[in-house]
Design a protein around this ligand. Structure first.
Ligand code: GTP
Length: 170
């Protein structure tokens, strides 16, 4: 298609949930076991071609450590899409994800396309968060829900494709 859509996207979520790893997997096709914590924020770009449009993603990967919390509004305020990430092996990160959802709903762009992402599905044997609970929460909040693994690449392209499709519709 000839339509070009600019997609400013922000990744939010607790530290260590895999935000940088999801971006690296999507943009570079790489995964690092010892991914360093993000300082402030990191920036990636990627172009995704759909039948109906070409979506140019500007991806802001925020730092999950609490000391960077005050920077987050700079990244989510103008964002067309927000991905809130938790780690299926850590209940605390799911609780933190809900806080991010509330914050973006209150202070973000009212038309933001939001996704709740259950990352690290390869750690299923250590699972603390049941999908059913997260899926229900996502549904109640009008969010897309996806299970991913940045490590195995499970559903990572699919996640960005689904967001691109929704952005192309607006
Ligand atoms: P902050 O920058 O501190 O906010 O962290 P982050 O959310 O960007 O997490 P990051 O991508 O740095 O990943 C944290 C750790 O989890 C790293 O050691 C990654 O290798 C690991 N990790 C990320 N995604 C996955 C995954 O899908 N499966 C597994 N097993 N490990 C993962």
């Amino acid at each position: 298609g000839s339509k070009i859509v600019q997609g400013k996207l922000v990744l939010l979520g607790d530290m260590g949930t895999g935000k940088t790893s999801l971006a690296m997997r999507f943009v570079k096709g790489q995964f690092h076991e010892y991914q360093e914590p993000t300082i402030g924020a990191a920036f990636f770009t990627q172009i995704l071609s759909l039948d109906e449009a070409t979506v140019k993603f500007d991806i802001w990967d925020t730092a999950g450590q609490e000391r960077y919390h005050s920077l987050a509004p700079m990244y989510y305020r103008g964002a067309a899409a927000a991905i809130v990430v938790y780690d299926i092996s850590c209940m605390d990160t799911f609780n933190r994800a809900k806080k991010w959802v509330e914050e973006v709903q209150k202070q973000g762009n009212p038309k933001v396309v939001m996704a709740l992402v259950a990352n690290k599905t390869d750690l299923n044997q250590k699972r603390e968060v049941q999908n059913q609970d997260a899926e229900q929460y996502a549904q109640e909040n009008g969010m897309l829900f996806m299970e991913t693994s940045a490590k195995t690449a499970h559903n990572v392209n699919e996640l960005f494709q689904e967001i691109a499709r929704r952005l192309a519709k607006v």
